[in-house]
Design a protein around this ligand. Structure first.
Ligand code: NAP
Length: 333
């Protein structure tokens, strides 16, 4: 099968379009013919080698974390899916590789694709949808009437998270540049801070939660936005000791992560808020709930561009500009 392959870890290195053996199906796997694959900055970071210690993929391996497609075969223990089902998924860590014609997925990672979405739209959802869900619903336990700041409201995570937070009934503030203010408003954001004109930390206060996906400076400034007891949840780092524990990292790495996050944890304590790092996980059950919200018209995908499969490298270069509005997808077939 055709696939985009990492032959060696290399910063900005191009993926090779080559042939790989068809995936081996385990008893609880479904074999999926990919129609579309979503791109994420995690793909670039893995290719660059930034995640080598935490997610040790051995080259040559296939990259890609989001897929929509059709089930072509199922393992002997699969109960939820049958050939012909249209599905979407974020494969679990260790088993990624959606930039390919076929992928084997553990059925627990899979959900039926929302009926009202095209394959390209569906492929844009799993990783960012699950991230927003796990930050806002699981970790922040966001409630109706609470206030949440979602940074980078025009990005992949931001466009989904704004809509989810509004559905929960929260008051939502977001940051974006002038060109994307209208987009953020249309998604339902109550307060849109144009970072070209205003400093968010000067205009926002008393918030219950912040979803940070930006740099360390933004993370520190976000502390003053929170009320005592508020939650600062970062998906862009630094990783914290709890994350190291749940990943089962060795003693040395646990100490490194403890050190990396010690500054922000100390500052958070001083502000009487809670800091935590979140790394999203595959979860078919949560994706099912996301399917329901999309089919009910509560959340819609925000698509920037669809590239042909052959242009996967160009698509990666495009998202690496950090300017995409919503999601970028490649059409596999
Ligand atoms: N830990 C996890 O599980 C996890 C999961 C998903 C993503 N992530 C990470 O989270 C980050 C965001 O991911 P993403 O997919 O949402 O990225 P993305 O789609 O590439 O984000 C692009 C958007 O960011 C906005 N942006 C850039 N700088 C900004 C700033 N200073 N203030 C406000 N907005 C800004 C841009 O808007 P403008 O053009 O208007 O500036 C653009 O629309 C990445 O680092 C990614 O790796 C982590």
């Amino acid at each position: 099968m055709k696939a985009f392959i990492v032959d060696q870890y290399k910063k900005k290195g191009a993926l090779r379009l080559g042939d790989m053996p068809e995936p081996v199906l385990q008893d609880d796997d479904v074999l999926v013919q990919a129609h579309a694959a979503g791109l994420n900055l995690l793909d670039s970071k893995i290719r660059d080698g930034e995640f080598k210690l935490i997610l040790p993929y051995r080259p040559p391996f296939i990259l890609g974390h989001d897929v929509a497609g059709t089930v072509v075969r199922v393992g002997s223990k699969v109960g939820k899916f049958k050939p012909g089902d249209e599905i979407y998924a974020r494969p679990r860590d260790g088993r990624v590789g959606t930039f390919a014609e076929l992928i084997a997925l553990n059925e627990a990672d899979v959900a039926l694709k929302p009926k009202n979405l095209s394959m390209e739209e569906a492929a844009s959802i799993p990783l960012v949808g699950l991230t927003a869900w796990q930050v806002l619903v699981e970790r922040a336990n966001l409630q109706k009437g609470q206030k949440v700041l979602i940074h980078a409201g025009s990005g992949g995570v931001g466009t989904f998270a704004i809509q989810l937070a509004k559905h929960i009934g929260a008051t939502v503030a977001t940051t974006t540049s002038t060109a994307n203010v209208e987009l953020a408003r249309n998604l339902g954001a109550d307060v849109v801070v144009d970072y070209k004109k205003e400093n968010f930390e000067k205009v926002l206060s008393g918030y219950d939660a912040v979803l940070n996906s930006l740099d360390g400076d933004t993370l520190r400034k976000s502390l003053s936005v929170l009320k005592p007891g508020g939650k600062l949840i970062s998906i862009s780092g630094p990783p914290d000791p709890d994350f190291a524990r749940t990943q089962g990292l060795n003693w040395f790495l646990r100490q490194v992560l403890r050190l990396l996050s010690s500054g922000i944890r100390r500052k958070a304590k001083r502000h009487r808020v809670n800091y935590s790092f979140l790394f999203m996980r595959a979860n078919g059950e949560q994706l099912n709930q996301i399917t329901s919200l999309i089919e009910a018209g509560i959340i819609r995908p925000v698509m920037d561009r669809v590239f042909p499969f052959e242009a996967t490298n160009e698509a990666l270069t495009y998202i690496e500009t950090g300017r995409s509005k919503g999601k970028v997808v490649v059409k596999v077939r």
